[in-house]
Ligand binder design. Structure first.
Ligand code: 13P
Length: 233
């Protein structure tokens, strides 16, 4: 199982460091052998030695250069970071990243052998338009992406479920994951309002290989409970 925390625009560098240490202590104490990933805010990235894999929430497809406000490979290399989140709904829908831009980012970090967590998911209007429209929409998010890439992890995160407390039914999650597994055999995570109260049942579903957690992961204690559930599944 893969248990991932997307910390988004939360936790300072100091807070992130305390957070990661709490996770490390838990992992050690409980002999956790699941893959635990944490994506801190860019300015909270730091060197880390331990079981937790640290990834970037975003980086530009460049080593360095004139891209104001962005970071590049050099900044990730400084901390030995080899994992990146690409295509998160907030980058697609709030920050306007296009599929073309995501593909170029994907290819750049793929060439470098990065572990890539690539996010897909539909907004509410696509879901309400029926299964065919919804799946067609999600299919467009696979365009240009090497679905056979060996270090690929896909995260299915319905846009309307992110940060809202709403989730698809368990049957829906399982059905969509089963369909998406037909597009890529990469591990497939579910994300969107995963909490301590529902993580276990989500992790138990067929074709769910882990979870990508936002707000509920901000408390190390809650995230550790989810890591424990993954261990038990
Ligand atoms: P929430 O868990 O807050 O809904 O966020 C999910 C998410 O966007 C993880 O990437």
């Amino acid at each position: 199982m893969i248990i991932a925390a997307n910390l988004k625009t939360n936790l300072t560098r100091k807070e992130t460091s305390t957070y990661i240490e709490e996770l490390e202590s838990y992992i050690k104490a409980k002999n956790i052998f699941q893959e635990v990933l944490v994506f801190p805010a860019t300015s909270s990235l730091n060197e880390h030695n331990g079981k937790v894999i640290i990834g970037a929430q975003n980086a530009y497809a460049t080593k360095n250069g004139a891209f104001t406000g962005e970071i590049g490979l050099d900044h990730l290399d400084e901390f030995g970071i080899k994992t990146i989140l690409i295509g998160h709904s907030e980058r697609r829908h709030t920050l306007g990243e296009t599929q073309e831009e995501l593909v170029s980012k994907f290819n750049y970090y793929k060439e470098l052998g990065f572990k890539i967590v690539y996010c897909v998911g539909e907004p509410l209007e696509k879901r309400e338009a029926g299964k065919e429209v919804m799946m067609d929409y999600i299919s467009t998010q696979y365009e240009g992406i090497d679905t056979e890439y060996k270090n690929l992890i896909i995260a299915y995160e319905p846009v309307w479920a992110i940060g809202t407390g709403l989730t698809p039914t368990l049957e829906d999650i399982e059905a969509i994951h089963t369909d998406l597994k037909g597009k890529s055999t990469a591990p497939l995570l579910y994300g969107g309002s995963v909490k301590v109260t529902n993580a276990k049942e989500v992790l138990e579903l067929n074709n769910v290989d882990g979870v990508l957690v936002g707000s509920a992961a901000l408390y190390a204690e809650h995230f550790c409970s989810m890591i424990q559930y993954a261990q038990e599944v």
